[in-house]
Design a protein around this ligand. Structure first.
Ligand code: SF4
Length: 330
């Protein structure tokens, strides 16, 4: 058996690809194919096929599906509802397999298993058993594959919590970890908050992280914090957590970075057309107003984001933060 499973390189790919790849590999005879980095063609295809009011990361997902569909036997688009027993993923994740199935023609079968840990973690294991059945994998094989996949995910998260960026952690998964010695330490430290699939897709974020690095800024993102540390944070004085998993984590990270006060600046990268972001951005802005000594900027991306516009805003922000820091230490 040599079956090809396609995983679009968008949305939850950024958080779970190492785990999913290991899982499928361990089933035996399953080859994982990804759609690769976002290109202009992928974005244009996604924008053309997706509903006009979808957020840009979802439009991008359409483009990645189109880039994969003729090269694989199955598409892996799980219906991820909840993975922490508490918060749920944004409704777009819940409806993703249906949106894709009903708007794109000529697709291979979609593995759209529902994952919802609110019914107990055992339901996640059952979900993976259901996936295994597509490939005639027995329960023992699936459990072994899950155990290995979980181990890889843990290492991936550990590497990010040690300070590596998401792509560095993905690339370093199978190498021994070595603390990076930086010849010249960047002079500024920024927190970039938002969803990993927007921040780490360098095409749609117009190379935000690379540009900051180039401007002498070290960046931390939500993924660099331990979930247990985030879980202890208040939601910027809200009495309850936000409903949506990734928005809740971003708000907790915002609360933490403003409270610790160790960063020189905070950027919230929002996606145009994102419902949860309209709430999240307001709360982060309110928190920023309580910590006026830390400069804050909101940067919105959409399919028309011009690189020059983002570069100009970033350069101006970094320049302002640098001058401010120098003035404070003068
Ligand atoms: S959280 Fe926002 S950006 Fe992410 S999928 Fe949902 S609507 Fe889109």
């Amino acid at each position: 058996m040599n079956v090809k499973v396609g995983i679009p390189s968008a949305l939850l790919y950024f958080l779970y690809f190492p785990m999913w790849q290991t899982f499928f590999k361990e089933l035996g005879g399953v080859q994982v194919i990804t759609s690769g980095k976002t290109t202009k063609e992928i974005l244009d295809d996604g924008v053309r096929e997706a509903t006009a009011d979808a957020c840009v990361p979802v439009k991008l997902f359409y483009g990645h599906v189109l880039a994969l569909k003729d090269r694989v036997d199955y598409l892996f688009i799980p219906r991820v509802v909840c993975l922490n027993c508490k918060t749920v993923y944004c409704p777009k994740f819940l409806g993703l397999p249906d949106m894709i199935r009903h708007s794109l023609a000529g697709l291979p079968p979609i593995i759209d298993t529902r994952m919802d840990s609110r019914q107990g973690y055992i339901s996640i294991l059952k979900a993976y058993c259901e996936i295994g059945r597509y490939f005639n994998a027995g329960r023992k094989t699936v459990w072994k594959a899950c155990w290995k996949a979980r181990h890889v995910l843990k290492r991936f998260n550990n590497l990010m919590q040690k300070g590596l960026s998401l792509p560095e952690a993905m690339a370093g998964l199978h190498k021994p970890y070595q603390e990076e010695s930086r010849a010249t330490e960047p002079s500024l430290l920024f927190a970039v908050l938002g969803y990993p699939y927007a921040i780490y897709d360098s095409f749609i974020s117009a190379g935000l992280l690379e540009k900051l690095r180039h401007l002498g800024v070290r960046v931390i993102t939500t993924e660099n914090f331990h979930p247990r540390l985030l879980a202890r944070q208040k939601n910027c004085n809200l009495s309850k957590r936000l409903f949506w998993t990734l928005s809740d984590l971003a708000l907790k990270a915002a609360h933490l970075v403003f409270k610790q006060g160790q960063v020189d600046g905070v950027i919230h990268l929002t996606a145009f057309g994102c419902g949860p972001d309209s709430v999240l951005n307001k709360f982060i802005e309110l928190e920023a107003k309580n910590h006026r000594h830390i400069p804050f900027m909101t940067l919105t991306i959409d399919e028309h984001s011009g690189e020059a516009g983002i570069t100009t805003r970033l350069e101006a922000f970094v320049d302002m933060v640098r001058r401010r820091k120098e003035a404070v230490h003068a």
